[in-house]
Design a protein around this ligand. Sequence first.
Ligand code: G1P
Ligand code: ZN
Length: 545
Amino acid sequence: MTLRLIPTRPFADQRPGTSGLRKKVAIFQQPHYLENFVQSVFDVQPWLAGGLLVVGGDGRYYNQTAIQIILRMAAAHGVSRVLVGQHGILSTPAVSCLIRKHGAAGGLILSASHNPGGPEGDFGIKFNIDNGGPAPEKVTEAIYTRTKTIDVYRILESTEVDLGTLGGSVLGNMAVEVIDPVADYAALMGSLFDFEAISRLMQDGTFRMCFDAMHAVTGPYARAIFEDQLGAPAGTVINGVPLQDFGGGHPDPNLAHAVELANRMNGPDAPHFGAASDGDGDRNLILGQRFFVNPSDSLALIAANAHVVPGYRTGVVGIARSMPTSAAADRVAAHLGLPCYETPTGWKFFGTLMDAGKVTFCGEESFGTGSSHVREKDGLWAVLFWLNLLAHHPNRSVEEMVFHHWRRFGRNFHSRHDYEGLDSDAANVLMAHLQGSLRHLPGQSYGARRIRHCDDFSYSDPVDGSVSLGGGIRIIFDDDSRIIYRLSGTGTEGATLRIYLECYEADPTRHAQDPQQALAPFIQIAESVADIRARTGRHRPDVVV
Ligand code: G1P
Ligand code: ZN
């Protein structure tokens, strides 16, 4: 086998976004594009040489091609051993679990998360560090800086590694182990949750559940855990075979995209519990019969009830949520006497807090929930947490659990309005205009509502002191209601403007209101402050969550 040094030239567009580098497949297929990025990772992480690397992805188109390239480059870099999921499959939380369990120096995840796949769809690559979590900003920026000057990459000339067969082989001096993608992850879940109680619930003859894997990575995990281990009837998992194009769907677990699940849960004979996960298995959607659980509420409810789950009976130290996530979790933290941290958008900001033992539960409004058991958000973990809670309260429906929670803590109405595929220049001008308004907005009143504070969210990490700027424009009212504007950092076409809206309601007689109604005054203020119609030509958002 020959080591080749391949001359290359930089690509200008390799700055990782909120969660790794994401582009259209065709962009990744350009000669040297993937190789440049991977070599840049190796160049800024020289200690991967001699170490263990975990590699896997969500099964989307180009996954296996990319893995073959990465394996040959890893061998050329001097990586001593690689764990790779069979058929190239590993969910994002499973990669995090494997890095931690096996003491790996890092991992490469091939995924564009919930973005569509297939030759016309998206692809992505993300580097995780040795704590199992996404590389922090200083590392992603160093990678980006390296991509701007790279002029050579190293790759071993060799035949392809057989990713279909479990077991070990060698590539140059590097050991390659093709592993069962599920085993270590399922064992971790078994150590956290009361599998006996959940099994009894699953098999009691009355409880029914539906899990929609959306033809993405969680199919094999969900079947192994829910059906084989916990004894749920065959067919509990739908769309359980990972497909390269996710069956043509958009593997984002929300009511708009998890259509089959949504229809079942809204039907006359709906199961008691419905759930779904996204392309790479880190997001989750939780549903009851004709009932949607807002992800911000899910985080709060999980934290408030953690004492009934074996892995969290003791030792819960704190909660963290991303800034646009509702403050429902803050109320639980205050009640439990725990600290609550507010971080910028993206899971990478939770890592230092978890490593320092400051937080146990973390969550984002974007259907992300997790804990310090790994360093990624974890879709199946959230589903198992809910199952554990339902097993503990066998006579309470999902809806009753949520209303019960609101009666204790009050309800934080929360919604996100997305304007997708905007002209990037128009979106930047809109944000610049908001920046310019920050100084004169405080003190202004809209009807009975007065703006108390406005800023562009900045965050100083309490553990390592690193500062992150530009987290989103916040407009905060006297009663803590909020409007937040930010541009997405994960899209691959034009710009997506996200507007987050939140207000609090203590009165239980108002808890059943539709969030869009409860938030209607803020929706109007958000439109008029940013002048969305005039600046984008759009009359309504594309997505309302
Ligand atoms: C979105 C979500 C964010 C999440 C990220 C990765 O990022 O808003 O909470 O961490 O996807 O799943 P955005 O597109 O808003 O930058
Ligand atoms: Zn994801």
